[in-house]
Every structure is written in C-alpha cells, then in structure tokens.
Design a protein around this ligand. Structure first.
Ligand SMILES: *Cc1c(COP(=O)(O)O)cnc(C)c1O
Length: 478
C-alpha cells in the first residue's frame, strides 16, 4: 500500500524502533525488563502506531508542521511503551491485599505464611541449608526428617511423609496401596475439588479400580462389607471438603470402617483434604476432621494439605503406620512428588508454632478465623474514621455493613463467619470501575462486589497492610 502523499509524510514522522529505544525513558525501562523484551515491545508499539496513523490519515487534515508532529509521535510512542511494560509486569506473581474476606482464597495462594515461616524461607532455606545433611555426623541426612518427626508428634501417628500437594499424596497412597486392585469408596464421597482434583480420576491414574458403594446420601457399613472380595486392597474415606449432604444421610463412623478394614486385613485410608491439626470448633469451625482423631479412630494412613487450614506452604502431608509410610517412601513415584526445601522450611516453622501452642496468635489463617464480629467491626470503624479524615473529596460514600467472611479453599462450606464489611460506592464510577481501580494499585487490592457496592473485609487484611489499603482508597479518582 503506497497511500496518499499526506499519509506518507505522516508515516515518515513516526519514530523508528531504534529512535524509540534511544529515549531516556526507554533506557530506564531497559533496566527493568531487559533489552530483548523491550525491543519486542517497542516493535509492537511502533507497528500499532503505524496502523493507527494509516487509519487516521484518511480523515485528518494534519495542519501541524513536521517537527511538531515528530515530537508528538515520539511522546505518544514512549507513553505506549511505558504502558506496555506496565502490562507486562502486571502478569508477575506479586503480593496483593486480600479484601475479599475469603481466608483460603485458592486464586490468591491459599494460606498466607506466618512471620516465622517467611523468615525461615528467606533466611534459612533460600541459602545453603541442611536439606539432606546431618551436621552431627557430617553425613547425608534424610530430607524433611524434622518435619516428619513434628508431624508424627502433633498427630499421634507413627510416621509421616511430605509430598508436593494433597493430590500428589492421594496419587502416591493409591498407587502403592491399591494399584492393580480395587479400592472401595462411598458414592457420597466421589468429590471434585477445585475443578481439577477428582477422586475417580486420581484412582484411575493410580491403576486402582474404583468400587463405589451405597448411594449419594446414605452408605451403610454393610454396603462396604458386601463389596469386599479377593481384589480389594483398600477402603478409602474421602472428606467431602467443599460441600455437605444434609438431611436424610448416614455414613459409618471412621472407627467402624477401621474395624471392618482390619478384620479383612486391609488398610483404611482417609483423604482429609484440609483437616485441622487442632480442634477449632470453639471458633465456629464445623465439620473438618481433626487429624489426631482420625489416627485415634484407626485410620492407617491419612492425607491432608499444607496450605489449607494448617496455614503453611503448599504440601501434601501423609501420616500413618510406619510400615505403610516406609513403602510409600521407597516407591519411585515419591522421588517425583517430593517437596522442595522451601516448602520443608516453611512447614517446619509452621509446625513448631503448633508445638508451642501459639497457633491462634501466629498462624495467620487461624488468627483470622478466630476474630469475632465485634473485633472486626471496631477495626473497620477506626479505619473509616482515619479514611474520612484524609479523604479530600466527596465522591466516595463509605459505610459499614454486616456480612459474612468465608473459609474457602474447599473447607468447611457450612461454617458462617459474620463480619463487618466496608462498603464503597462512588458518585460517578460503577462498582466494576471502582473495583478495577483498586486492582490496579500497588499492591493490588482485591475486593468483592455485591449489589451496588464494592466490599472490603478487614478479616483478611493484615494489620500492617492497613496503611497501604488506606492509600489505595485515597488514590481513587474524585
Ligand atoms: C483440597 C483437597 C485435595 C487437594 O489438595 P491439594 O493440596 O490442593 O492438592 C484433595 N482431597 C481433598 C479431600 C481436598 O479437600
């Protein structure tokens, strides 16, 4: 396409990629994104700008002189390059302020780590560390030995093993204990968790044939008993983490299942999902298995997640009989699924908090869970009065409304946590626009929208994040 003479003039005024890269602004950006990526973005920016000019040339009369035009175009190109770099950076994994009130927000990385766990990762594990080294003997040590001892101590199990996540734990247990045979599971427990963990699919992957017994809402001990045959390798109990069947329901107790399994010389495996290391029913938490209880009731092996209610890093924790754990550890799949040093170090610091019984103060997930409505309301009120004092315009309407927080992460779906929400409404921006502004602050603030309001729940905002949250709200357009 040759175009009109006017069009050609305009295109000649467009800065070249090289000229754009030589601007002082681009030199600064180069430090941040690297020359290769910056050059790629500069090519995109010039290409888009050229396309836009070609369009505009059809209608424009372009009365300005060439130098002016050149200058305006380079400014425009620089602005676009800066914004392209910003968009590039927005993809990065970074800290956000969770104002949603969902404590275990899977998209926001589930459990935030305790101060002790954060320090352990950055100061110990991120450097050379004793991952598989015994300083007493100067010889090779066992990866995660300390964490395994702590897990056994805190749950009353004989032994423990740590893998990458709970899905990996389930895969390993099923592969080793029931691969090539059948495992019996109640129809009411064939759950899907977080969209991609499905019990029947993990079973298939492990080479285990699934034998479903009972019905969705009722399964009796005799259903399991009748299903037993020479191919049965395992009885499995799955905690229905993210939903509850209520009404006309029944399911045998874990201890009844354990008795049946042991009479038939089979192991009983419980996938507890989130589970709780300590009984949290005093804080309103309902229906999550306490791991120690599962062991006491006779489960031979139990798996649960490190980053759900436990409040640690992503990990799959396996506890149970020493003989079973030893078999899991010897299997080649363990080598592929094992946890890394960062996870071990965060986990160790987290478990030591439980050992000191300081979990309610020091483990963020449990600290947030235990906050009462009155505490959150008082905090919200103090925050609002600070905000009102500093707000320079009247476009924001701010008030406190009653609502609910959620545990999330596929745990305790029927637990209700009442909370005091800060409701924001803007005189000219829609809730979606307001929400978008908050997401684009640094750090991004993640809120939720209900009806016409943007809602912020201080339950999931750490005290030391309040100043940043305040600044983000103050930065909203008038
Ligand atoms: C969450 C959950 C899993 C998956 O755990 P990840 O740690 O996310 O792999 C498996 N089983 C149950 C019952 C769960 O609740």
């Amino acid at each position: 396409m040759t175009g009109s003479p006017k069009n050609r003039n305009l295109l000649r005024a467009l800065p070249s990629v090289d000229a754009l890269l030589r601007t002082p602004e681009a030199r600064l950006l180069r430090e941040k994104v690297g020359i290769a990526r910056l050059a790629e973005l500069a090519r995109e920016v010039t290409r888009d700008l050229r396309a836009k000019l070609q369009e505009r040339a059809q209608e424009d009369s372009e009365s300005t002189n060439g130098d002016h035009r050149r200058e305006a175009l380079i400014l425009e190109a620089v602005r676009r390059l800066e914004s392209a770099c910003e968009q590039d950076a927005a993809e990065a994994l970074r800290r956000v302020i969770n104002g949603t009130g969902v404590i275990l927000h899977t998209n926001l990385g589930r459990a935030p780590l305790s101060e002790a766990a954060r320090l352990a990762v950055s100061e110990e594990a991120a450097r050379y560390c004793t991952l598989e080294y015994d300083v007493e003997t100067g010889r090779r040590g066992q990866r995660g030995a300390r964490v395994e001892h702590l897990l056994a101590e805190l749950t009353g199990a004989e032994s423990a093993l740590v893998v990458n996540n709970c899905a990996a734990a389930a895969l390993l247990v099923l592969t080793v204990l029931s691969g090539g045979g059948t495992a019996i599971v109640s129809r009411g427990e064939l759950v899907e968790i977080g969209g991609d963990f499905r019990v029947p699919e993990v079973m298939a992957q492990s080479g285990t044939r699934l034998l479903e017994v009972g019905t969705t809402n009722r399964t009796r001990l005799s259903d399991y008993e009748r299903a037993l045959d020479a191919d049965t390798r395992l009885i499995m109990r799955v905690h229905t983490s993210n939903y509850r069947i209520v009404g006309f329901t029944s399911t045998p107790s874990l201890s009844d299942l354990a008795r049946l399994a042991h009479e038939a010389n089979l192991p009983l495996y419980e996938d507890a999902g989130s589970g709780a290391l300590v009984d949290l029913s005093a804080y309103g938490l309902k229906g999550e298995p306490v791991i120690r209880e599962s062991i006491r009731e006779g489960a031979d092996v139990v798996t649960f997640s490190g980053d759900k209610l436990l409040g640690g890093p992503q990990a799959g924790l396996i506890i149970g009989r020493a003989e079973i754990i030893a078999r899991l550890r010897r299997h080649p799949l363990y080598r592929a699924l094992r946890a890394d040093k960062l996870a071990f170090s965060a986990l160790q610091a987290t478990l030591e908090i439980y050992r000191r019984a300081a979990f309610l103060e020091e483990i963020p997930v449990l600290h947030m869970l235990a906050r009462t409505y009155e505490e959150i309301e008082r905090r919200a009120r103090r925050f609002l009065s600070r905000l009102r004092r500093q707000l320079k315009h009247e476009s924001l309407r701010l008030e406190i409304v009653e609502g609910e927080s959620a545990i999330g992460g596929g745990a305790a779906p029927t637990t209700h946590l009442s909370t005091a929400l800060i409701a924001l409404k803007h005189s000219s921006l829609s809730p979606d626009e307001l929400d978008g502004h908050l997401r684009r602050t640094t750090p991004p603030v993640i809120a939720r929208i209900a009806e016409d309001n943007v809602l912020l729940d201080l339950r999931t905002v750490a005290l030391d994040e309040e100043d940043e949250l305040l600044k983000a709200i103050l930065s909203l357009p008038a």
